[in-house]
Unconditional design. Structure first.
Lengths: 308, 324
């Protein structure tokens, strides 16, 4: 009964332990990265997905192991929602033994099984179309899923890819994590029209999801994913999110009011309030687990580059 | 005299250029409110307004293409490419339009566009954030390609670049953005196309540009302790090359080492070595030796110290040319 009242108040439904565990794993992973930076144990560029963890967790629940995933600069969550290997990803980012790709790719260029990321905006989409076409021919029903940000809709390669995907009926799921900002530039200052309108221009089905509830997102995504699989065609799922952290590190230009709004849009405190017991249990579990992983990876030797 | 970092010197140079000519525009991703990732355009939007300092969408091809159009109608756009590795979506516009239109029209069309690119590694960042793509552009006829190495040059070179009627690719040494020097605001500098002897010596000539000039100066200082007199030339202009200054030096020393961060294979060092062998053949005491990066993608931060030329590698090359 208690749950029902909280649902009404907060508009959230209870999420399975496995999903919440993954969301919290990603959260603690990203926080650990920022701490490592602060302590000077990690350097370079990194983009955390704080506030956006639920999206890849929702999406991954609908993906088949044979589907391909194309990720971007903000890709740790995309990887961890699909692969339960936070130690291998951390080792990759830190260049330590046991790294997903021997520490060659770092944070933004991960290649693992059917997961591929690139830090150059828009670059992945045409490649995803190619992979989708191959999947269509060889394993009908499988798709390529590409995550991109709203800012990336400025890049021309996005449109070349969408045109070809629709023309050639490529089973492509484009997941747009619409956080309303690209680095420091708000979407209103860089996107004319709308993503829906742009998809419509190519005759590509589009659906925008406003919820931060994994169950709702999944339910709304499902028909689109099914369409891509059964009719072999591209679809665009636009999911409204909030970037709870900086773009990279210490480079947030948003006003205090904007930061408050972003924090309010974050799924995590809302979920913690709605389902405190489950949250506390899994939060502690993941905090401890990531803590152990950080300690372990920190004392590993450097990764070795070997051609296979 | 004012003590400025290289980034601030560029900022002051841009400010002076914008003050001097209302047709000068600044455009790029996050150049406005953020002032650019390296804060080179910090405060310019506040002072010159959103019409002259323009935050663009993420659209490198569109940025350069738009700048070309603006330049066709009399503006002087200064475009910022956020990081070296992100210039490639714009390569089409730079190589096939910006470089070629003035040539095709036999100079009737002027395209005074400056494409600013933070370049090189050494800041612990990965691929796309640490690369040295200058050779792609020096290989393109119709572009001037320049690289500053210190705050004093940065301040004057950016102003000269904005004033110049040719399209210019302007490389900024990322890891030297925070280096400081005394800069005389308002003072002119050496013309844009000129190389500069930044340390005199008689035994070996070191040729470098951008981030490697400092490395070479440090190497020359160490070499001096071993009784070796090393001359260091900052090329400043990568295309065209100031062969006069280079040949004068190499004809005197008879030995030359070229140092750049970019991979050695078909890098600028190859062209320099060839030109020196053509111009200084009878004075050369040894082959020209190149020190540079390897033919791999730029490695993650943990490995960059192995990739980037350092004192040891430069001094080793000096030893090798002296051993002939
Ligand atoms: C071609 C290219 N240009 C510039 C950049 C630098 N950059 C990295 S992330 C980013 C903003 C991306 O915005 P968006 O697509 O909305 O994703 P978000 O960062 O909000 O997740 C920029 C400009 C890049 N990675 N690639």
């Amino acid at each position: 009964m208690v749950v029902v009242i909280e649902e009404r108040v907060l508009g959230l439904t209870p999420v399975a332990d496995a999903d919440l565990g993954r969301m919290l794993r990603i959260r603690h992973f990203e926080r650990a990265l920022l701490r490592l930076f602060e302590r000077g144990q990690l350097n370079g560029t990194t983009h955390t997905c704080l506030g956006q963890e639920h999206v890849p967790v929702a999406v991954s629940g609908l993906l088949d192991p044979d589907d391909y995933v194309f990720s971007n600069h903000r890709g740790h969550g995309h990887f961890l929602a699909r692969h339960d290997q936070p130690d291998a990803l951390l080792a990759e980012i830190m260049g330590r033994a046991g790294a997903v790709c021997n520490g060659v790719g770092g944070s933004q260029h991960v290649y693992h099984g059917r997961f591929l990321s690139t830090g150059v905006q828009g670059e992945s989409l045409p490649v995803a179309v190619g992979v989708a076409l191959r999947l269509k021919r060889v394993t009908p029903g499988r798709l390529a899923c590409a995550y991109i940000g709203d800012g990336t809709w400025g890049e021309g390669s996005v449109y070349e890819a969408l045109n070809m995907a629709q023309l050639w009926r490529a089973p492509l799921l484009v997941v747009v994590e619409h956080n309303g900002i690209a680095q420091s530039t708000p979407t209103t200052a860089q996107l004319s029209g709308s993503i829906a309108g742009r998809a419509a221009g190519f005759g590509i089905p589009h659906h925008r999801i406003e919820s931060v509830d994994v169950n709702v997102i999944r339910a709304e995504l499902e028909p689109l994913v099914t369409l891509a699989r059964t009719e072999s065609r591209p679809v665009v799922a636009e999911i409204a999110v909030h970037r709870a952290g900086p773009h990279s590190k210490g480079d947030d230009t948003r006003t205090p009011a904007e930061l408050v709004a972003a924090a309010q849009g974050d799924w995590q405190p809302r979920y913690a309030e709605a389902f405190p017991a489950q949250f506390a249990r899994l939060d502690e579990e993941q905090r401890a687990s990531i803590g152990r992983i950080v300690d372990d990876v920190l004392i590993r030797p450097a990764s070795v580059w070997e051609r296979s | 005299m004012t003590v400025l970092t290289l980034a601030k010197a560029l900022n002051e140079g841009l400010r002076a250029a914008m003050d001097a000519d209302p047709k000068v525009l600044v455009m790029g991703e996050d150049v406005g409110k953020l002032g650019g990732v390296f804060r080179v355009t910090d405060g310019l939007q506040k002072d010159f307004g959103e019409d002259r300092v323009i935050d663009t969408p993420l659209a490198e091809s569109g940025i350069i293409g738009t700048a070309i159009g603006l330049a066709l109608r009399g503006y002087r756009p200064v475009c910022e490419i956020q990081f070296d590795g992100f210039v490639f979506p714009a390569a089409d516009q730079i190589i096939t339009q910006l470089a070629k239109m003035p040539l095709r029209s036999l100079g009737k069309l002027k395209l005074p566009v400056v494409v600013r690119i933070p370049c090189g590694g050494g800041i612990g960042a990965v691929e796309h954030h640490s690369e040295s793509p200058e050779a792609y552009f020096t290989h393109t006829a119709g572009l001037r390609v320049v690289a500053c190495s210190n705050p004093v040059d940065a301040y004057t070179m950016i102003q000269d670049a904005v004033r110049c009627d040719d399209p210019i690719v302007f490389f900024e040494p990322k890891r030297r953005y925070w280096d400081k020097a005394d800069v005389e605001l308002g003072a002119p500098g050496l013309p844009l196309g000129k190389a500069k002897v930044v340390r005199s010596g008689n035994d070996v000539t070191l040729l470098a540009y951008g981030p490697m000039v400092k490395t070479c100066l440090e190497s020359a200082a160490v070499a001096e302790e071993d009784g070796r007199s090393v001359e260091v030339i900052d090329l400043r202009s990568l295309s065209p090359l100031d062969m006069g200054v280079i040949a004068e030096s190499v004809n005197r020393t008879g030995r030359c080492v070229v140092v750049h961060e970019a991979p050695v294979f078909t890098g600028l060092g190859g062209e320099l070595a060839a030109r020196i062998s053509e111009t200084c053949f009878f004075r050369l005491e040894s082959p020209v030796i190149r020190v540079g990066g390897f033919s791999t993608p730029y490695p993650p931060s943990r490995l960059e110290e192995h990739y980037l030329p350092d004192l040891d590698r430069v001094l080793d090359a000096v030893d090798r040319v002296l051993a002939y």
